[in-house]
Design a protein around this ligand. Sequence first.
Ligand code: PRP
Ligand code: ZN
Length: 285
Amino acid sequence: MNKLRIAIQKSGRLSEDSLKLLKDCSIKFPKGKNKLIASSTNFPAEILYLRDDDIPQYIEEGIADVGILGLNVVQEVQKNITINQYLGFSRCRLSLAVPRETNFRDVSFFEGKKIATSYPFLTRQFLEKNGINAEIEYISGSVEIAPGIGLASGICDLVSTGGTLFSNGLKEVATILESEAVVVSNPDLAEDKKPLLNKLLFRISSTLKAKNYKYILLNAPNKQLEKIIEVLPGMKSPTVMPLASGDWSSVHSVIKENDFWEVIDQLREYGAQGILVVPIEKMIL
Ligand code: PRP
Ligand code: ZN
């Protein structure tokens, strides 16, 4: 039977979270450093450990079927691949930066200047959109040292914490792209692999949804039940069970992580007691 070939970054900002995501999807791979390819023991898949910049090409050529990758790389390389899902981790941005002491007013600063970057396509696109003529110096790594050694007046590079810019005496002056990890795949996937991709995507989305929700259990005085149910919509509606004694009920529901504290405050106001909030591992809607 055919196996789905999943490409992930071998080492770098994406690799740990990518492995964690596959683990959360219960797709197991034997551990082993320096391995470039491994077969899953419980899912028809092989995992390829690659340089992230190479993943789009491998997918376009059909050597890998699906990959986990930064949106920044996907947008830069302009290959024929499909974005299936945004993953919300490895968030960073592609930004222009200049030496800290530079008197920078706006992007017209770059007119006639040289910019060092590993992202020539996105940098040029941004400059063109802003009507700026600048020279682009492509370098594949350690871009942040370019201004210091007189190679360029500024750089365009990924920024996450800002630590790299700071320690190289640079300041961020404009953001070109907000990036996060995404799932990408070959748009002409073989028919027999499509169900495997769908299975993987279904598992990923169930895992991601679960992360955004919590399961909540509480005791509610019966006379306040209606109000309490109103603040707890649940997946359909909350489960309500009478307690063995007194005028109380036990209420079970699902709440969004983002609304969490506001919901809790309201529940307490309505007299809810013994509130338990527990993580959800998977969520199938
Ligand atoms: C990026 C970028 C910087 C660093 C910025 O490299 O080139 O070196 O991260 O992060 P910070 O703002 O948290 O200091 P990355 O590790 O993604 O390597 P890659 O671009 O070569 O894949
Ligand atoms: Zn890279």
